[in-house]
Design a protein around this ligand. Structure first.
Ligand code: T68
Length: 799
């Protein structure tokens, strides 16, 4: 395909799909027209993949996730289709800057953080590998809230990504299911029959997901909620205009918002309804597809693998049993075994407050038949394991973790350490009863988005050095390793990093009005704000560093820009206090002429996928400093490493595996191990002890408490300070000195530019294992038992 084709298709869409001619086109029109022209090029491989999947009569994977944090899609599609140069030329020939056109696309924030972004990376890898499947989720009208700062305080505003037409989706009004809620269960001739009292329609919206070089495309199917009878004409005719639209508004609430909560179950009935809504619609769709091809429902596990992304779709177990038993007449035990044969469950957290539990009374009110089925599953499990001590139903609650475990044939953690902890802690008892069920699948990230699209400078250098095959076979990055001794390569590697840092500096100047020195170390911590991720430890270390520089302004310092990004759940008071503190500290430090050349703090608001794509390629240092045992895996840590930012971090989540692979000498380790953290917590007064032993920490805390950063207000940070001094569950105080020391090792290392760049390049060369292609291969072999339908891309001749 040539540039002329893409241009004429874009102009055709501009005219006939957007109703504009070029002289009057706005950047929106050009972006939409280009998106449609690119989308046209996905259709043929998409159809071909669908046909191939049907022809194979084999197995398909269904990835059920409440969240798909896909971000922008145009550049991704262009990159995968290899249309970069053409697309740029089209924009320029139309008089538009390519980057401006790409930036016009809203960032689809249909997720909170790691869990949602992982689902998006998995879709990309499944399409790249030719693993036939669908992603199933919710088409939220409002994605994760938009964050802005008012005097340093987080303000949440609604996200409006669907104000404009979504260029990538196909609405499927013919694929619509009625999803029932509430009511009662009655006995009819010895059969239990659910008589619900409410129905909401689930309508499908499909987005094709194209893999590398367009060799395969799967579908992301998102459900939108609609009313069965959307408009009450009688009410309207009576003049009750609000009442007339009430049924529609009520039904739509189900797909209205993404819960902005990545820590604890929202505890709301609406959340349970959302979970059932999309799970039930997806299962109906899966069975419809299966029944179109096969007769015998007992064969379901041979054709259907359903993966539960955390417990949010856990109701899939009882719902599938309900469909097979109540509606298709399969006997209960066979239905249960059949469902289990299809289901896999991925655990993403060990934090007790994040494990979903629903009160039985609520489950009974919303899903009465499901509660009965859950009771029967629990009883069956108890009969089979009389001495067990793990219950689905306990203390008036339905434990969704236990339900997911018992209803899945495989359960997985998301990093080696996390999987070990899953076996030893949350599911110790169930693991003892089912010793073969838990497997590990360490997370990964797609190099198409996180290197090829996000870091063109590095992409070019890698391609020029080792050829093009690494993109679909990331372990080939190891071929870069011999080149770290080649001065020419290392100069180019440093130049690529410098280019990215200058681009970030420009963006910070233009959008935040902040001037930073691109020669300074860009030290970045971007992730959801949470006590366990310990952004407050980072800002306390920043204060201590500021104090140290002020005491010895002529000392040997390393210039640093500390960059933060991330949102706090709106109801998480302490996390919001931490955001305020970072902004306050930044305001004071950035105004200090003594330290200005050495230390700056920057916190651009509204961190999202698009901002991550900008920040990660420009990073020198990756902050992965969670309390050991708390971060299930992390995926940002992998993106930083492959983009050449060494980690300062604890032995937590996938940091452990990153360190093993990049080499201990290319990783700044500090802090207690997971067992040491557990032991430390049992020491009475551990925080006070640690503060007493660390004058630096004591001083920084005292400055925060006494109002140095809050215009003398001694109340503002009472929450954070008191928590650290008296409680400190996340052992910030006990890890502080270790963190400080590691940061000084970082300073020293950064003062040797050649040594630092070597470390950065080795991080790139040795992080190929963290491709989500490797992760998906693992799921295919060990959880889904499915083979790809295309040959490995690495078998292809180089382009
Ligand atoms: C993250 N979990 C883990 N949860 O914290 C992270 N939770 O270590 C891991 O790398 C990542 O999952 C992928 O495995 C989350 O992101 C949520 O976002 C979430 C959302 C709703 C409710 C609970």
């Amino acid at each position: 395909m040539t540039h002329a084709d893409l241009r004429s298709d874009t102009l055709r869409h501009l005219e006939f799909s957007l109703g504009k001619d070029l002289p009057h086109a706005h950047v929106y029109d050009v972006r939409m027209a280009l998106s449609l022209a690119v989308r046209d090029r996905i259709i043929t491989p998409w159809f071909a993949s669908t046909r191939a999947a049907y022809a194979a009569r084999g197995k398909r994977v269904y990835y059920l996730s409440m969240e798909f944090l896909i971000g922008r899609l145009l550049e991704d599609a262009i990159v995968n289709l290899g249309l970069m140069d053409e697309a740029r030329a089209v924009c320029e020939s139309c008089g538009f800057d390519f980057a401006t056109v790409l930036a016009n696309e809203p960032d689809a924030a249909l997720g909170n953080g790691g869990l949602g972004r992982l689902a998006a990376c998995f879709l990309d890898s499944m399409s790249t590998l030719g693993c036939p499947g669908h992603g199933y989720g919710i088409r939220y009208e409002h994605g994760l809230f938009q964050q802005r700062f008012e005097d340093g305080v987080q303000i949440e505003e609604p996200e409006e990504w669907l104000r404009q037409k979504h260029a990538w989706e196909f609405e499927r009004p013919e694929v619509m299911y009625g999803i029932a809620f509430g009511g009662h269960v009655r006995d009819h001739d010895g059969r239990r029959v659910w008589e619900p009292d409410e129905q909401v329609l689930a309508k499908a919206h499909d987005t094709p997901v194209i893999g590398w070089r367009g060799r395969w495309a799967n579908t992301l199917r998102l459900w939108g909620a609609e009313a069965v009878h959307g408009f009450d004409l009688a009410a309207f005719n009576r003049g009750d205009y609000m009442g007339a639209t009430a049924p529609e508004a009520l039904a739509r609430t189900i797909s209205r918002v993404l819960y902005p909560d990545d820590t604890s179950d929202a505890g709301k009935e609406l959340r349970l309804r959302q979970e059932y809504f999309f799970t039930a619609a997806s299962l109906r769709d899966i069975l419809r597809r299966f029944c179109g091809e096969h007769e015998d429902l007992a064969a379901l596990p041979r054709h259907v693998a359903i993966q539960l992304n955390d417990t949010h779709p856990a109701i899939a177990g009882p719902e599938l049993i309900r469909l097979l038993h109540d509606e298709h007449g399969m006997d209960f035990d066979t239905a249960e075994d059949t469902a289990r044969g299809c289901l896999g469950y991925t655990n993403h957290t060990l934090m007790p407050e994040a494990l979903e539990r629903w009160p039985e009374w609520l489950m009974d009110r919303v899903l009465p038949r499901h509660l009965e089925i859950i009771g029967r599953i629990d009883e069956g499990h108890a009969r089979a394991h009389p001495h067990r001590n793990a219950h689905i139903l306990s203390d008036g609650n339905v434990n969704m973790g236990e339900l997911s475990f018992i209803m899945a044939h495989k359960v997985n953690g998301v990093s080696a350490l996390h999987t070990d902890l899953v076996k030893d802690t949350v599911f110790a008892e169930l693991h003892r009863l089912h010793p073969d069920r838990i497997v590990n699948q360490t997370n990964g990230v797609t190099p198409r988005r996180w290197i090829v699209a996000a870091n063109p400078a590095l992409r070019k250098l890698v391609g020029d050095t080792i050829g093009p095959r690494w993109v679909s076979d990331l372990e080939r990055l190891s071929e870069l390793e011999p080149h770290v001794d080649d001065a020419g390569f290392m100069d180019a590697y440093a130049a690529a990093k410098r280019t990215n840092k200058e681009a970030l500096a420009r963006w910070l100047r233009e959008t935040q009005g902040v001037t930073v020195n691109p020669a300074a170390m860009f030290d970045i911590q971007i992730k959801r704000i949470h006590e366990y991720k310990r952004q407050h430890m980072n800002i306390l270390e920043t204060i201590a560093l500021w104090n140290a520089i002020r005491e010895d302004p002529n000392g040997e310092w390393t210039p640093r820009v500390k960059i933060f990004g991330g949102k706090a759940a709106p109801g998480y008071v302490l996390a919001k206090e931490i955001i305020h503190l970072i902004n306050d500290v930044g305001r004071v430090i950035n105004a200090d002429p003594v330290t200005r050349d050495w230390l700056q703090v920057v916190y651009p608001p509204n961190y999202n996928v698009t901002m991550a794509e900008r920040l990660i390629p420009a990073a020198d240092l990756s902050e992965q400093i969670s309390t050991a045992g708390k971060e299930a895996s992390g995926t940002g840590n992998m993106k930083f490493a492959m983009n050449g930012a060494p980690t300062i971090g604890t032995l937590d989540g996938a940091n452990v595996e990153i360190r093993e692979r990049v080499g201990a000498e290319n990783f700044f380790l500090f802090g207690m191990t997971a067992p040491e953290v557990v032991a430390r917590r049992t020491v009475e007064g551990h925080a006070a002890q640690a503060i007493d032993a660390s004058p630096r920490l004591a001083q920084a805390l005292e400055q925060v408490a006494s109002g140095v950063f809050s215009d003398g207000d001694t109340d503002r940070y009472r929450g954070v300070v008191d928590n650290l001094r008296h409680h400190d569950f996340f052992v910030v105080c006990s890890d502080f000195d270790g963190y400080w020391d590691a940061q000084r090792r970082v300073d020293a290392a950064f003062r040797d530019p050649a040594g630092w760049m070597r470390m950065a390049a080795l991080n790139t060369a040795r992080s190929g294992w963290f491709s989500s292609d490797r992760t998906i291969r693992g799921y295919m072999a060990e959880v889904w038992d499915i083979a790809p339908l295309i040959a490995p891309a690495s078998d292809l001749a180089a382009e």
